[in-house]
Write a protein that binds this ligand. Structure first.
Ligand SMILES: Cc1ncc(COP(=O)(O)O)c(C=O)c1O
Length: 406
């Protein structure tokens, strides 16, 4: 049904669930984007941490074209060699023994939550159903994902909340210990660095502590590395910064496909023991096109020089952005995050700051706690980073002038 007066009706027939910037993007290369008027932008959104290798990386373009001539889709009722190759790369590089491929981060989270509950059933403890998430987290938009994160803005109005999902507060150690010791707890789910929540990095010793405690009580530890993984923090996965902190289950997506829709749920052999024939599936997940691009993206991102570039340029950013905060304490009140998952907490409404940055041809993403996020290509050079800082400086000047004129 359509009515011209429906509040969500948009002239372009796109469901009105996004607060879209008035920018029609037409073309991209590396860290640059061009709109339909030919204006050039420096892109620190990268599809929200998805175009890990920037736009139109030549190897990914070539791989996609070659695979398009060979085979697109066959179904998971057949063996797909590209899937086995990417699963081998992922398991060789991590704690995991098996992988389930999806088309998105949300689906990887869905698989992670189902795997955790099924494990306890297979393990003779079907009463273990409680899932604990953390405040400020984001796990995607499926019904289970919004209930795991518990953000009121995303769960309200959709009927009753799913039972046995609740949230803990960062730093509330007593509540965390009690939740993990609860004999009906199935799993803890956490982002090692919160993305949407405003680039908040969990202190490394907390991850180590969560790992030890959950192991002690037979509770599974799920990491959501959809945004923080695949090189974003300067290690292949963000939890690698912490000692002895490997999870039992991990959701990955975004940069895994370098811009092509690919997600994955990585699981240890033990935690996967309930996931037997017929209990889960996906039509498109792991199709040959996605796997070809995913393999090429994995090979490029996991190169030591790619990860070193993130660490080096992130160090430059950290120094420069701290300086900017010191020069504009009325505009930037905090610099946070890890690697290339950078948050600036600003005093103007973050959406206004993003619009002012666009005036200076810089694209930045929003985030919780009135942050703007910088999530550039992992291949961003120091010269490009210098340009980003210059544009941010101009944005701060514009913001200061607007505040003075108000
Ligand atoms: C940490 C995290 N988890 C899950 C998701 C959901 O991924 P997708 O939008 O691909 O479903 C996102 C997306 O922003 C995310 O940042």
């Amino acid at each position: 049904m359509t009515t011209a007066t429906a509040p969500t009706a948009t002239p372009d027939h796109i469901m009105g669930v996004y607060n879209r910037a008035p920018l029609a993007v037409e073309r991209g290369l590396g860290a640059r984007l061009w709109d339909d008027k030919g204006d050039e932008y420096l892109d620190c959104v990268a599809g929200i941490a998805t175009n890990g290798l920037g736009h139109c990386h030549p190897r990914l373009v070539e791989t996609l074209k070659t695979q398009a001539d060979k085979l697109w889709h066959v179904s998971n009722i057949f063996r797909i060699p590209g899937q086995e190759a990417l699963a081998t790369r992922l398991t060789d590089a991590t704690f995991a023994d098996v992988v389930f491929f999806t088309n998105s981060g949300t689906e990887a989270i869905e698989c992670a939550l189902k795997t955790a509950r099924k494990y306890h059933t297979a393990n003779g403890q079907p009463e273990r159903v409680e899932i604990y998430g953390f405040d400020g987290s984001f796990h995607g938009r499926s019904y289970a994902a919004i209930n795991a994160a518990g953000n009121p803005g995303y769960v309200e109005g959709f009927g009753p909340r799913l039972p046995n999902y609740s949230q803990l507060k960062w730093g509330d150690h007593d509540a965390i210990k009690a939740a993990i010791a609860n004999p009906t707890t199935a799993a803890i789910i956490i982002e090692p660095v919160q993305g949407e929540g405003g680039a908040r990095a969990l202190p490394e010793q907390c991850l180590t502590g969560l790992r030890a405690l959950s192991r002690e009580h037979g509770v599974l530890l799920i990491y959501d590395e959809v945004q923080s993984g695949m090189g974003r923090t300067g290690k292949l996965f963000a939890h690698e910064w912490a000692e002895d902190a490997a999870p039992d289950i991990m959701a990955v997506a975004k940069a895994l496909g370098g811009g092509f829709p690919v997600g994955a749920c990585l699981v240890s052999a033990e935690a996967a023991k309930g996931m037997t024939v017929g209990v889960h599936g996906s039509t498109f997940g792991g199709n040959p096109l996605a796997m070809a691009v995913g393999l090429a993206a994995f090979d490029e991102i996991s190169k030591p020089e790619t990860l070193a570039n993130v660490r080096d340029v992130a160090g430059y950013f950290n120094q420069q952005l701290t300086g900017l905060k010191d020069r504009f304490p009325d505009i930037i009140v905090d610099v946070r995050g890890k690697g290339f998952l950078i948050g600036l907490k600003v005093t103007p409404v973050n959406r206004d700051f993003m619009a002012m940055a666009r005036e200076h041809r810089l694209l930045v993403a929003g985030g919780g706690d009135n942050c703007v996020r910088l999530l550039p290509s992992l291949l961003l050079t120091v010269e490009e980073a210098r340009e980003v800082v210059e544009k941010l400086e101009k944005t701060c000047e514009t913001a200061r002038a607007k505040a003075a004129a108000a």
